[in-house]
Design a protein. Structure first.
Length: 500
């Protein structure tokens, strides 16, 4: 199945056009040409603005730059051992690193070494898969970029994604134009290979296992990547939508929750540090659901009012540990049901939180509203298949340093306004002087006793922020529980999405 552009709908936000090209990198004539061509530049097609690595000779600016013959020549050859693999990577780009392979395949007598370098082994199959790129993407407009300020979605087959990632494996999927066009992630596995050990090696182990699976038995499904833009925020203060049902889970995790919609605690650049040794929620998610990495090639940096949704990503690997202790945990067979488009019925919703500079920044109105609207954009549904509760947790509270009480209330309001339930995974963590699930259950009890709406809770939170004395919204909420009239009218009947 060839790529399908499902929809593209520009959203006007101010006067800046979607996908404006930076003047820093290109001349005016080059910039005009690039803005007119909103497609990912693939290595199998000549292009004056395509090049490998971090630099390009001035002579290349005047002619079509075509490196595919080099790629074909290098990848058509039999690679029999680590030394030849390292030489091949250097032929493709002298800057390519090789430490991972030298360390991970140092034991030439191991079964893993034999299986990887066999004539019909994993590496040979990855080579063939990479060379199928022009077959699977038959022209220069095969892969559109998902640019800011535009509601747009693209559907790719799992086979197409596998070929893209096979090129990333050999560090050939580098598009300087698209990076300059709108600040994209840099999708190359060179940074993983450079480290050799630690979390970079763990992620590379997941990637190699993905290729072991798909090159032996290529899945026949599809994935949809969608940029979702919130053109106008809700009127939070006057909303009469009832607060949704909440479940606080001490055990389990988001990825095995069973919920259709699952939060990705994302970087504004999708994928975050997955290719540079990152080892927290988003990076591990992209490692074990390896197909998510493809989004880094064509999804631009998220604006404050945007989220990126990935429907249908299959999990191929397990993992052990977290943070610096994270390691590849073996094979995982994803038996999740598929929808009528042959996609895994899971939607990953990528949303980036603010980084609070200073302990009180999270409690300021501008930052609170920014992440409240971000969460609503990530949770709102624009398609019939995106229903039921959202599985989430301590978004932005790890490396970003956010406050857990603030992030709970932001996501509570967002899920309620989106008319879906909230499944919160605490991972057994505490907050202040007690367990997080205790705070959550106490808050839910107050909400249910007083039949509170989104507007009720929002207005009380604004009082707390304006007082500027509370740094625990759970505690403030409990202290003001009697502010609401005990005889307030019953809530509106919850929808099926809210109670699912």
């Amino acid at each position: 199945k060839i790529i399908k552009i499902d929809k593209t709908e520009p959203v006007v936000m101010g006067n800046k056009p979607a996908g404006e090209v930076s003047r820093e990198y290109f001349t005016e004539s080059e910039r005009a040409a690039l803005e007119a061509n909103r497609y990912c530049i693939l290595p199998c097609y000549p292009h004056p603005y395509y090049h490998f690595g971090p630099s390009r000779d001035e002579a290349d600016k005047t002619s079509e730059f075509n490196k595919w013959p080099t790629i074909e020549r290098v990848l058509s050859q039999r690679i029999e051992n680590v030394q030849q693999l390292c030489e091949a990577l250097k032929q493709l780009d002298p800057h390519n690193a090789t430490s991972y392979f030298k360390h991970s395949f140092s034991d030439t007598s191991s079964d893993r070494y034999a299986q990887f370098f066999a004539p019909d082994g994993t590496l040979a199959r990855i080579q063939k898969l990479a060379l199928r790129l022009p077959e699977l993407f038959p022209d220069t407009k095969s892969l559109p970029l998902l640019l800011p300020r535009s509601n747009a979605s693209v559907t790719l087959s799992q086979e197409q994604i596998a070929s893209l990632l096979a090129n990333a494996f050999f560090c050939t999927l580098y598009d300087a134009r698209s990076m300059a066009l709108c600040e994209f992630s840099h999708i190359t596995f060179n940074t993983l290979y450079d480290a050799g050990r630690g979390t970079c090696a763990s992620t590379t182990d997941c990637i190699i296992h993905y290729f072991e699976r798909v090159t032996q038995n290529m899945p026949a499904g599809n994935l949809t990547f969608e940029r979702q833009v919130l053109a106008k925020s809700p009127d939070w203060a006057t909303s009469t939508i009832p607060i949704c049902k909440v479940q606080a889970h001490v055990k389990g995790g988001i990825e095995n929750s069973g919920a259709i919609l699952q939060a990705d605690f994302a970087n504004q650049y999708i994928g975050g540090g997955v290719l540079t040794g990152g080892c927290v929620q988003e990076e591990i998610l992209f490692a074990v659901k390896t197909e998510c990495l493809a989004s880094m090639a064509f999804c631009a940096k998220m604006e404050p009012n945007e989220a990126i949704l990935i429907t249908g990503a299959e999990q191929f690997s397990k993992y052990l540990g977290y943070g610096r202790n994270y390691t590849y945990g073996g094979d995982h067979v994803d038996n999740s049901p598929r929808d009528d488009q042959n996609r895994i019925q899971t939607i990953i919703t990528a949303m980036d939180a603010c980084i609070p500079y200073g302990s009180s920044s999270d409690f300021k109105r501008p930052m609170f509203h920014r992440d409240l609207n971000k969460a609503f954009c990530a949770f709102m549904s624009t398609t019939p298949n995106n229903t039921g509760p959202v599985a989430t947790g301590n978004w932005g509270c790890g490396a970003f340093g956010g406050d857990k009480s603030v992030k709970f209330f932001q996501q509570l309001l967002a899920a309620s306004q989106a008319e879906r339930g909230l499944w919160w995974y605490t991972f057994g963590e505490g907050y202040k002087d007690q367990k997080l699930d205790v705070w959550i259950n106490q808050t839910v009890q107050i909400i249910e006793e007083h039949h509170l709406t989104v507007g009720d809770v929002y207005r009380k939170l604004m009082e707390a922020l304006d007082e500027g004395t509370s740094f625990n919204l759970f505690e403030y909420f409990a202290q003001h529980a009697n502010d609401w009239n005990q005889t307030s009218p019953p809530p509106l009947q919850p929808t099926t999405k809210d109670t699912a």
